[in-house]
Design a binder for this molecule. Structure first.
Ligand code: 8DG
Ligand code: MG
Ligand code: MG
Length: 144
């Protein structure tokens, strides 16, 4: 049988900001199991980064995305599981279309639930890429 060569995949991940808080959920997926992570997922054929972010946010939290800006990109190989994964991740900063929307948990097999966490008091453990960004001093909030 022909072996499929692993290839890098593209993900879009959102820092959804509200006041001084960011939206995080505890993962129930093989990569980063039980860690707090940002909403996001795989870029689908033909999508813009914003379209992918808005779709993933709706699928994972039921929230409607408002304005979004590009923040940064990472290139990371995950060796923590039997099948290695390589992701190029596009990080966007986003606000909600309506700040009063309440996050739901439509994918309970993938996430324990979503909540707002103060940037100065983030929960632990954070998903590895997010943890590395925070430790390096990265700040997703607009500098005003
Ligand atoms: P999909 O089937 O809905 O398209 O994908 P998903 O199940 O929602 O994908 P995901 O694992 O949530 O995100 C894709 C990859 O993005 C993930 O396996 C690793 C990478 N990633 C990071 N940091 C973060 C993060 O903070 N949150 C999320 N969700 N993914 C992240 O490198
Ligand atoms: Mg998803
Ligand atoms: Mg996801």
């Amino acid at each position: 049988m022909e072996e499929t060569q692993p290839v890098p995949r593209v993900g879009v991940v959102l820092f959804v900001l509200k006041g001084k808080s960011v939206l995080l959920g505890r993962r129930r997926a093989s990569i980063g199991e039980s860690t707090f992570a940002l909403p996001g997922g795989h870029l689908e054929f033909g999508e813009s980064f914003e379209e992918c972010g808005a779709r993933e946010l709706m699928e994972e939290t039921g929230l409607e995305m408002g304005k979004a800006d590009f923040l940064t990109v990472t290139n990371k190989v995950f060796l923590e599981k039997s099948k290695p994964c390589h992701y190029v991740i596009i990080f966007l900063r986003a606000v909600l279309a309506d700040p009063n929307q309440v996050p739901q948990n439509p994918e309970p097999d993938k996430c324990d639930g979503w909540d707002w966490y103060d940037w100065d008091n983030l929960p632990q453990p954070l998903f590895s890429t997010l943890d590395e960004m925070v430790r390096s001093g990265f700040n997703p909030f607009p500098s005003t």
